[in-house]
Design a protein around this ligand. Structure first.
Ligand SMILES: NC(=O)c1ccc[n+]([C@@H]2O[C@H](COP(=O)([O-])OP(=O)(O)OC[C@H]3O[C@@H](n4cnc5c(N)ncnc54)[C@H](O)[C@@H]3O)[C@@H](O)[C@H]2O)c1
Length: 359
């Protein structure tokens, strides 16, 4: 048995960087080899962890020569740092979103193919046992052909969240920060997203950035879907509340994702599978079968998968650069479609205040 832990460096010791430090310190597979982050906070984190600190990731790569690196820096820096690593044979776990723009993400996709060094994008939900079981159920054909899906991401961000100015500006909103996780989850379970229509709203907070958005998706397999994100509502329906991945959010026993097929449907995260045991039709009784999986921390499992990729125990990245790019493209398409929509010719405008039912 190999007891040597895989040495992994961390670039960016901010909010999610601290989660990675914690998981690396608790891992029996990987170890924290050093931290690069130019701030005092970065230096303090390295000191607290007892590992070497560097202001610049290139200096760390040169001095420490880790086997892998976790890139938990601001989005716009992801690709250039990842390219520095890959060109030196250092595997990368790049936080989501893979990049700021799809064009930038394409550079990483090309490098992934060129260097043949493992790339894993940090869409951590893919590592959650609930999602893995859901994928098994879907792949086994238990839903038949998937026809319609729905995802809800509704929650209330406190006013203090918006004291940071970029969170009030275009690109800093719930579509790119939150909905991207749901889009990735749907891509993982249902398949490629082929087209997107969307509307957004700024009406509640009144900031430049959207506070809510609704999108209609068409998947390449023929399924259609709707997704709603809102960060200004008092509501429990979102993965972060009901999946219990983080103790930072009080847990709610509701569902956030619904996948309906010709022969069965599945809700998440409760993994309830609805089917007709005999005759099929709306007058017949549906059965409800629930899968139970061991709850495991997806960040811990993501790290173990990263170590497996580095050590060659796994060859297929559960979320490649290409996957990350496609998820980013579909998510950006929601914002772009909302900015264009609605074209007058595509819109049916209904009469308001002319009905007889006004109270
Ligand atoms: N997977 C998840 O659940 C999840 C959750 C939160 C954030 N994220 C992603 O993680 C990334 C970081 O987000 P955050 O909330 O931790 O941000 P943050 O601002 O809290 O932390 C970013 C850190 O990176 C450091 N940094 C900036 N430029 C650097 C560079 N060139 N080299 C090294 N360090 C540098 C900053 O000093 C800061 O400490 C973002 O891409 C974000 O989308 C993912």
């Amino acid at each position: 048995m190999n007891h040597r832990k895989t040495p992994i460096a961390l670039f960016g010791a901010g909010a999610i960087g601290r989660t990675h430090i914690d998981r690396l310190q608790r891992s029996d597979r990987a170890s924290l080899a050093g931290i690069a982050d130019p701030t005092e906070g970065g230096r303090a984190a390295a000191e607290a962890a007892g590992v070497p600190w560097f202001a610049d990731h290139r200096a760390l790569l040169e001095a420490v020569r880790p086997a892998g690196a976790i890139i938990a820096t601001p989005n716009a820096t992801h690709v250039s740092i990842a390219l520095d690593c890959l060109s030196q044979g250092v595997a990368v776990l790049v936080e989501k979103p893979v990049a700021d723009t799809v064009v930038d993400a394409e550079r990483l996709v090309a490098a992934e193919a060129q260097y043949r060094v493992p790339v894993l994008i940090g869409h951590h939900r893919r590592h959650n046992p609930v999602i893995r079981r859901a994928r098994e159920i879907v792949s086994a054909g238990r839903l038949g052909r998937i026809v319609a899906v729905n995802a809800l991401a509704t929650f209330l961000k406190p006013d203090s969240y918006f004291e940071t100015s970029w969170r009030r500006q275009h690109g800093g909103g719930p579509v790119l920060i939150n909905l991207i996780h749901d889009i990735d989850l749907l891509r993982f379970l249902v398949g490629e997203i082929e087209s997107v229509q969307a509307v957004d709203s700024h009406a509640t907070r009144g900031f430049e950035v959207e506070d809510s958005a609704a999108a209609v998706l068409r998947f390449s397999g023929g399924a259609i879907g709707t997704v709603i994100v809102s960060d200004c509502v008092t509501a429990p329906w979102c993965w972060d509340f009901c999946a219990g991945e983080s103790p930072a959010y009080p847990r709610q026993t509701v569902q956030s994702h619904f996948i309906a097929g010709t022969h069965g449907s599945l809700s998440l995260p409760d993994l309830a599978l609805w089917q007709y045991p005999g005759e099929r039709g709306w007058h017949e009784e549906l059965t409800r079968e629930q899968s139970v999986v061991h709850q495991r921390d997806p960040y811990e499992r993501q790290l173990a998968h990263f170590a497996d990729l580095i050590e060659g125990r796994e060859t297929d990245s559960l979320c490649s650069a290409l996957d990350g790019m496609r998820t980013l493209a579909a998510t950006r398409a929601v914002l772009e479609a909302a900015a264009k929509a609605p074209l007058a010719s595509d819109t049916l405008t209904l009469p308001v205040n002319e009905g007889r039912n006004e109270s």
